[in-house]
Every structure is written in structure tokens, then in C-alpha cells.
Write a protein that binds this ligand. Structure first.
Ligand code: FES
Length: 106
């Protein structure tokens, strides 16, 4: 499953993830710079913040209450498409997803 990360400076990182992996796990495995993921996916750090734009945003399940709560603690301001990448599980339908990285995770 192909994932594209676009950093705040517009630099692009393309990686591959596996179905069932979270986007955060795929990013950490591929050493994507800009995803810190300090808590390892336990939804307590908000340093795996990504911004998902249309059309991809509509293809994701809505964030759950716990994710909504942690999205208030992102270092960079929360945007309409802000998500925590540890909560997005890869499925074949997400092949080619594009995500923007915030300017900072701290
Ligand atoms: Fe910590 Fe996602 S990795 S909230």
C-alpha cells in the first residue's frame, strides 16, 4: 500500500505499508522524518499528527472520541483534516493516500 507524506517544506517521502498496519507503524518502519510517535500508538502523545485532505479524508472512518480528545494536544495547530496516524489502519482502498505533515510534532 503506497503512502505519500508531504512535509511542510513540500518535500515528499513515498513509502509502502502493509494492510492492517497503522500509518504511524508504516512511517516508523520506513524512518519517515516528521512522524515522532513517542507513545508507540497508545494515543497519549499526539506526535503522530498528519493532515488528510480530500478526497482521502472522506475515505477514512471518523476519528473516535479518544482520538478527538488527543487532537487537541497537537504541537502544530489542529487543521480540519488533522488526524493521528496511529489510528488510521491501512486497507487496500487507501493505496496511494497522501498525507501532509505538520510543521512540528513538538
Ligand atoms: Fe502517540 Fe499516535 S503515536 S498518539
Amino acid at each position: 500500500i503506497h503512502i505519500r507524506f508531504i512535509a511542510a517544506d513540500q518535500s515528499v517521502q513515498d513509502i509502502q505499508g502493509k494492510p492492517g498496519q497503522s500509518i504511524m507503524e508504516a512511517a516508523v518502519a520506513a524512518n519517515v522524518s516528521g512522524i515522532a510517535a513517542d507513545c508507540g500508538g497508545t494515543l497519549t502523545c499526539a506526535t503522530c499528527h498528519v493532515i488528510v485532505d480530500a478526497p482521502w479524508a472522506d475515505r477514512l472512518p471518523e476519528p473516535g472520541n479518544d482520538e478527538q480528545g488527543m487532537l487537541e494536544f497537537t504541537a502544530s495547530p489542529r487543521a480540519p483534516g488533522s488526524r493521528l496516524s496511529c489510528q488510521i489502519v491501512l486497507t487496500p482502498e487507501l493505496d496511494g493516500i497522501e498525507l501532509r505533515l505538520p510543521a512540528s510534532q513538538y
